[in-house]
Design a binder for this molecule. Structure first.
Ligand SMILES: [Zn+2]
Ligand SMILES: [Zn+2]
Length: 288
């Protein structure tokens, strides 16, 4: 069993990379991909923790992208087999972090202007990556900011906080992943349109045409429901599939984790690996 979509405390997961590796070994998985949001900083710890075991840690990422033509909606793009030291990728991630820091600063300033009390330190507890829109909204709610600001300003502040800047389009993220030697997959297509888990081919085609190598067919829907639909779409679109649980380290009341709960076959990983190798060879041939 493999799981190609796993978060750690370096983004919004609850477990440190070494704890994720321990949980994967406990479940006897043969491979996991660490795919933290817009950071690669958890990869080294995960690889080190898995060294000498039978568990393969695939270096990955999940990039938060602007969805052209869909204002304010984000698309998540997974990268696999990336080189975390890739300079263009690192520059892109730094750019994203800088934009988000400015956004957070601007929203905190707006809050201060209307007499609210919320500081950067208050946001640190929500995200290990770096604070963004969700941390701002949680912070405002938990610190009672909205109750103490003048009537009518609360909604404005919440909207402002949620309007996160996007550092890359889908096409730009795919290009950064390819430049870093990886392959790109569309994360959880079942969540792109709320209340519409089974998307049609016409919705996915423009996204796939940005250069995606795969779509995530096994995604977090209990019992892998819907994976057949997305496998068929991938075949029709001529791309590969990926799959994973999108585990964030949370446990259900009966102590279960999502980790390893999607029935993703091992050959899915081998096909992605092959594709990454072919892309790298094509690139080095072109750059000669
Ligand atoms: Zn996601
Ligand atoms: Zn995710």
């Amino acid at each position: 069993m493999i799981d190609l979509h796993v978060h750690t405390s370096y983004s919004d997961g609850r477990l440190a990379p070494r704890e994720v590796v321990a949980a994967a070994l406990e479940r006897d998985l043969s491979a996991i991909a660490i795919t933290d949001h817009d950071v690669v900083s958890g990869l080294a710890e995960a690889s080190a923790a898995a060294a000498g075991s039978h568990l393969e840690v695939v270096p990955g990422i999940e990039m938060t992208c602007a969805w052209e033509g869909h204002e304010r909606r984000a698309v998540h793009i997974l990268g696999y087999f990336i080189d975390p030291a890739s300079r263009p990728l690192q520059a892109g991630l730094r750019h994203a972090q800088g934009l988000m820091e400015r956004h957070v600063g601007a929203v905190l300033e707006e809050i201060r202007k209307v007499g609210g009390d919320l500081g950067r330190a208050d946001l640190d507890r929500y995200r290990h990556r770096y604070a963004g829109g969700a941390a701002l909204v949680l912070g405002m709610l938990e610190r009672g900011v909205l109750k103490r600001t003048p009537p009518g300003t609360g909604m404005h502040l919440l909207r402002l906080a949620a309007a996160e800047p996007r550092a890359y389009t889908v096409a730009e993220a795919v290009e950064l992943i390819h430049t870093a030697g990886g392959v790109a997959s569309l994360a959880h297509p079942a969540r792109l349109h709320r209340g519409q888990p089974l998307l049609g081919i016409d919705v996915l085609r423009p996204l796939v045409q940005t250069g995606l190598d795969a779509i995530e067919a096994w995604q977090w829907i209990p019992q892998g429901w819907g994976s057949r639909h997305y496998q068929q779409l991938a075949q029709q679109l001529g791309v590969l599939v990926s799959g994973g649980s999108d585990d964030h380290g949370k446990r259900t009341s009966d102590g279960r984790m999502r980790l390893g709960a999607q029935p993703v076959p091992r050959d899915v990983l081998e096909a992605l690996r092959e594709r990454a190798g072919a892309l790298r060879r094509a690139r080095s041939y072109r750059s000669r």
